[in-house]
Design a binder for this molecule. Structure first.
Ligand code: BGC
Length: 347
C-alpha cells in the first residue's frame, strides 16, 4: 500500500494525545499529472437537514481550494453505499470522504479504496474494523455528556426525574458514543434514584417516526408521568415532540437534541425543546476539505488524537461542541452565522 501513518509524538500535559502525520509514500497521480484534484464523497443520506449542510459546505470548501468534487448519497442502504464508492473509484477520485451509514459495513469501502491506492477519511462517523487514514468528527462522547449534564441540571430537589431515552441508530458508531457520554453523567444519579429511566430504545436509521413510536410506546406502557426525553439528536427530538404534542405534553417535558437544525432552534426558542448542541458543520467540512486535498497532493496532515476502531488506532481530528438553549441562542448559532435570527424567531 502507498499509505503510511507515522507516529511523531506521544505526550500531552493534560491527556494522552498522539501526534500523527499522515503522508503518501509517493506523489499522487493528480499531483504528478498537474490535473485538478478530484475529491469523492460518499454520504449515508441527504434526507436530514444536517447532511445537506455538510454536502453544501464540502462542495463550497473543496471548490474554493481549487479541486473538483463528486458526491453520492446512499439513502441509508449499505449495498448502495458500497456501489457508490465503487462508482467514485471508477471515476478516479484522488481521495475519498465517507459518511458511513453503517460503520462496520463500510470497512469494505476502505479496503476497496486502499486497493486502488486512494486514502479514506471517515467523516463525522467512524468506520470500524478497518484502517481508514483519518477520522474527522466532533467529540461525540462530549455531546452525550452535555445532554446528560443539561438533564441533571434540571433536577428538582427531592424529586425523581422520570426519563425516556431515545438513542440513535445502532448501526452508527456515534450513537453508541452519545449514549456512552450520557451514561457517564447519568449513572450516579440513576444509582441514587434521582433519575429513573422509565423506557429506552434505539431509533432505527435515526428516523423521527421511530422516535415518535418510542415515545408513544412509553406513554402506552408506562403512562404520561415522565419529565424528560433524552433524544439523541434534533431529528429524533422532533419525532418525540410530535408524540408529546398529541398528548398535550409538549411544553411540560424537557427534550434534548443536537445539530442546531433550524426546526430545532425554532422549537428551542418556542420552548418545546429545551436544548440542542451546535456542531460547526462549516468547521468540520472545512477541515475535511483541507485534509482531503492535502492527502491527494501527497502533503502531510497532522492529527492530534487517535481513536481505536476495533482494529487500529485511527488518527483523529475531533472538534468541540457547544450547548444551545433559549438563553444563548443569539450568542451561539446566530452569532456564528449558522442560523439567521429571523429564521429562528420567525419574525
Ligand atoms: C451525527 C448527528 C446526526 C445523526 C443522524 C450522527 O452520526 O453525528 O449529527 O444527527 O448522525 O443523522
Amino acid at each position: 500500500m502507498k499509505w503510511r501513518v507515522t507516529l511523531v509524538a506521544l505526550s500531552c500535559a493534560v491527556s494522552v494525545v498522539t501526534g500523527l502525520v499522515l503522508g503518501r509514500g509517493d506523489l499522487s497521480e493528480a499531483k504528478a499529472s498537474g490535473r485538478k484534484v478530484l475529491v469523492g464523497v460518499s454520504m449515508d443520506t441527504l434526507k436530514e437537514e444536517r447532511w445537506q449542510s455538510d454536502r453544501d459546505f464540502l462542495v463550497a470548501k473543496v471548490t474554493a481550494l481549487g479541486a473538483d468534487i463528486l458526491v453520492q448519497a446512499a439513502n441509508s442502504d449499505d449495498t448502495r453505499q458500497i456501489a457508490d464508492v465503487q462508482a467514485l473509484l471508477s471515476n478516479k477520485v484522488d481521495v475519498l470522504i465517507v459518511v458511513p451509514h453503517n460503520g462496520a459495513a463500510m470497512a469494505k469501502a476502505v479496503d476497496m479504496a486502499h486497493e486502488a491506492g486512494i486514502p479514506v477519511i471517515a467523516y463525522d462517523r467512524l468506520i470500524t474494523g478497518s484502517d481508514p487514514d483519518l477520522y474527522i468528527s466532533f467529540d461525540a462522547v462530549k455531546v452525550g455528556a452535555e445532554q446528560g449534564r443539561f438533564l441533571v441540571g434540571r433536577l428538582k430537589p427531592g424529586k425523581t426525574m422520570r426519563l425516556v431515552r431515545i438513542f440513535g441508530a445502532k448501526t452508527d458508531n456515534n450513537a453508541h458514543l452519545f449514549k456512552q457520554g450520557q451514561d457517564e453523567v447519568l449513572k450516579p444519579y440513576i444509582d441514587k434514584g434521582s433519575v429513573k429511566v422509565v423506557h429506552e430504545d434505539w431509533a432505527e436509521n435515526w428516523k423521527p417516526e421511530n422516535a415518535k413510536k418510542i415515545v408513544n410506546a412509553a406513554i402506552t406502557r408506562f403512562g404520561r408521568e415522565f419529565d424528560a426525553v433524552a433524544a439523541a439528536n434534533d431529528g429524533t427530538a422532533g419525532g418525540a415532540i410530535q408524540a408529546l404534542m398529541e398528548e398535550g405534553l409538549a411544553d411540560k417535558v424537557i427534550v434534548t437534541g443536537q445539530d442546531a437544525e433550524l426546526a430545532a432552534c425554532q422549537r428551542v426558542v418556542r420552548g418545546t425543546q429545551a436544548m440542542t448542541i451546535y456542531k460547526s458543520i462549516s468547521g468540520l467540512a472545512g477541515r475535511a476539505a483541507e485534509t482531503a486535498v492535502r492527502l491527494a497532493k501527497g502533503k502531510p496532515v497532522v492529527a492530534t488524537q487517535a481513536v481505536f476502531n476495533g482494529k487500529v488506532r485511527v488518527p483523529a481530528i475531533l472538534l468541540d461542541v457547544v450547548t444551545v438553549t433559549k438563553e444563548n441562542m443569539d450568542a451561539t448559532v446566530i452569532k456564528e452565522g449558522f442560523r439567521r435570527r429571523e429564521d429562528v424567531y420567525q419574525r
